[in-house]
Structure formats: structure tokens, C-alpha cells
Design a protein around this ligand. Sequence first.
Ligand SMILES: NC(=O)c1ccc[n+]([C@@H]2O[C@H](COP(=O)([O-])OP(=O)(O)OC[C@H]3O[C@@H](n4cnc5c(N)ncnc54)[C@H](O)[C@@H]3O)[C@@H](O)[C@H]2O)c1
Length: 212
Amino acid sequence: MEKKQHKISKATMSRFPVYLKALRNMQHEGKNNFLSSELSEATGILDTTIRRDFSFLTSKEALGKRGIGYDTKDIINILNNVLGLGLDESIILIGVGNLGSAILKYNRWQYTVGKIVCGYDLDQNKVGERFGVKLYHIDDLEKTFPDGCKIAILAISENVQETVDRLMDLGIKGIVDFTHTHFTVRDDVVVQTVDVVVAIQELVLKMHVNDE
Ligand SMILES: NC(=O)c1ccc[n+]([C@@H]2O[C@H](COP(=O)([O-])OP(=O)(O)OC[C@H]3O[C@@H](n4cnc5c(N)ncnc54)[C@H](O)[C@@H]3O)[C@@H](O)[C@H]2O)c1
């Protein structure tokens, strides 16, 4: 019987995607069961931390079995539920320039969050197919938008707000934003900004703290 879900801390929640990624790789390699020590080895997270994190999952499958460990598929399903993720998220890529192409080429999406199902660009020369992914002109966004797609990666340099508005009208609820442009979104849309410069600034700050 499912127990009432306790509030899961931010730190624990932030480790769940790390477990998920490692477990999907294990599953892909044919590992149907795993020990917390093995997950610890794959993620670099202490196995005592892993066991404590799993204790928040409250399903009986998350208790594991002595000597056998945990069922990989069960834990993946539980983590997916907690994180609200499907294995097959359809993701679209907007902007297939230098950055967008690198993202498209980096195809480690499978077994983790889903995959980029198509891309869009305003440059007609980009239309076609790259790395096995269909690329459309941005003018055709509404015509070709994949059914049920909720996540867009934004790697464009022009008309950012207008593009974001169009994406929201189509049902996009999450945006991974690489642009350095300020834009606004509706209350039900989440933006995750990825910025190498900010990452370096944070890194330097942490290095200073270590020096003190
Ligand atoms: N966050 C980071 O760490 C980081 C790092 C590098 C670049 N960037 C940013 O990412 C974006 C892309 O950088 P890049 O180096 O790939 O640039 P790029 O010029 O090589 O590529 C941009 C691509 O987007 C297309 N494009 C522009 N506006 C569009 C729109 N409204 N709709 C559809 N396609 C559009 C262009 O035709 C081009 O193909 C820029 O905004 C850049 O500032 C961020």
C-alpha cells in the first residue's frame, strides 16, 4: 500500500535525475537489479545518501531486497513519477547554429529524458535533416509542431520573445534557454537558463570561498 509521500528536500530532488540517468544506462546495459553500492560507484554519491534518498520514495520497491538490491525498472518508474518525467519526452530545438548543432550532435538524450524530435531555424539552408533529426523552417513551426511536445531548447539569437510566445501558444511548458536575452513567460511555463559564463562566475566564487 502506498504511504503518504513525505516532503522531499531540494538536495534529494536534485540527486534524483543523477540516479535516473545512471539507472537508465545500467538498464540499457542489461542490469535488471542493482545495489546501492553500484549506483554509488556510477554516480559518485555515497551509498548511505542513496539509501536515505530512496527512503523518501515510500514505495515498497524502493526498500530493496537484502543481497539482491533494487529492481532497476521499478526504481526508474518511481523516479520518473516523482520527477514527472516520461522516458520519451519529445523535445524540440529552436536554432540550429553553432550551439544548436552541438546540442543536436550530442545525442545522449536516449535513456535519460527523451530525444530531440525536430529542429527549427530561420535560415532556409538549415532545412532538411541533420544527425537523423528533421529540421524545419521556423515559419512552419505551427504546421509541423510535434504532438504533445512540452519542452523546447532555445539556441537562437533573434526574435526571442516572439518565438517564445509562439512556443507557449503551442503548449510548450518548459524552456531550456541558452540565449542571453531577457524574455518573459506565462506563470505555468518554467525556464531553465544555461549559461557557461554564469557557470564560470559561480565556479570562481566557490574557488574564492575555498581559498578563505
Ligand atoms: N548560454 C551559453 O553558455 C551560450 C554559449 C554560446 C552561445 N549562446 C547563445 O546561444 C545562441 C546561439 O548561439 P550560436 O553560437 O549557436 O549562434 P549562431 O548564430 O551560430 O546560431 C543561431 C542560429 O539560430 C538561428 N536563429 C536565430 N534566430 C532565430 C529564430 N528566431 N528562430 C529560429 N532560428 C533562429 C540562426 O539562423 C542560426 O542558425 C545565441 O543567443 C548565443 O548568444 C549561449
